[in-house]
Write a new protein. Structure first.
Lengths: 132, 172
């Protein structure tokens, strides 16, 4: 028996159903991932999402599709250590969130630029040193 | 050393390091004439001494870049683990995201330059380290970018409220 038990939200089930139309071996690949890895040690299966305080993001490999963790699915889950429950919240293909992430990367670069200029000027250096 | 101690300083250091690495690599390639066309046989064949020099010079550029990238990914992994007790601001997350984005480009450019001009010198070990670092950076960037995205955060909250066992339905 795994150390944790899973609690799937309605959104997660809908995600899985939708993805199963495109990925034939989804259910078996997901079951193996959950049973052998996530529910055994959820803290080692992903990283905590900044500013969410509770939710973690993990990578689900899809051996049935010959896709490793990098090109696999992403799973968002929460951990209830006292109840020994892993809450499954969201499942998606990396490509579907690519726009969200690239927008934030651009925004971060724009936001950081003035800070860097200020920092370089305070050190008496040329602000044009910024290479990105 | 904690990444949060001087994130801005680190970005400028990485920026300077990048420009320096690129300049060193370019200067070195120009000085030896070991360009792709020559190595491929259209020009002069490099001597053993030149190849030895090339290995030394390229190693001196590539090794520190890869090692610093590995240090950076370790720092970010630790920051993600310890964020609960560190109280990291949005600005700091954005800075970390910028550093990662920058470092990803730096290692990709270093690899591309080496493989283009000196393909035989880019070792399997470097390729393995590059692949691991690049994969880790992409994953961290993805996680941080999702955390910074308001729409995504709102979606998380809405979905969590739809799970009755979590008892969030009545909360605003």
């Amino acid at each position: 028996m795994p150390a944790f038990r899973a609690l799937a939200g309605p959104g997660f089930e809908a995600d899985a159903k939708k993805l199963a139309k495109k990925i034939r071996a989804l259910h078996s690949d997901l079951a193996i991932f959950l049973h052998d890895r996530l529910l055994e040690n959820p803290r080692l299966c992903g990283d905590r999402i900044p500013r969410s305080n509770y939710w973690w993001k993990g990578r689900v490999p899809l051996p049935g599709e010959r896709r490793g963790a990098q090109g696999g699915l992403r799973i968002i889950y929460g951990i209830e250590p006292n109840a020994k429950v892993v809450v499954l919240l969201m499942l998606y293909d990396k490509r579907s969130k690519a726009n969200v992430t690239s927008r934030e990367i651009k925004r971060a670069a724009e936001h950081t630029r003035p800070l860097l200029r200020q920092h370089l000027l305070s050190q008496g250096r040329d602000p044009n040193e910024i290479a990105f | 050393m904690n990444i949060l101690d001087d994130s801005v300083g680190k970005i400028t250091a990485f920026s300077a390091e990048s420009s320096e690495s690129a300049a060193r690599l370019k200067g070195f390639l120009a000085s030896t004439g070991l360009k792709r066309s020559r190595v491929r046989g259209r020009g002069r064949k490099p001597s053993t001494a030149e190849i030895g020099e090339a290995i030394k010079a390229v190693t001196a550029i590539v090794e520190p870049v890869l090692t610093r990238t590995e240090h950076l990914t370790r720092e970010v992994a630790m920051t993600l683990r310890l964020q609960e007790i560190m109280e990291i601001s949005v600005t700091t997350w954005r800075i970390i995201l910028s550093v990662l984005n920058f470092q990803r480009r730096l290692i990709a450019q270093t690899r591309r330059a080496c493989r283009l001009h000196l393909p035989d010198l880019w070792t399997e070990e470097w390729e393995r380290r590059y692949a691991v670092a690049s994969d880790e950076i992409e994953d961290f960037m993805e996680t941080i970018a999702l955390g910074l995205n308001e729409e995504f955060q709102a979606e998380l909250v809405a979905r969590a409220k739809a799970i009755p066992e979590l008892g969030l339905g009545s909360q605003e």
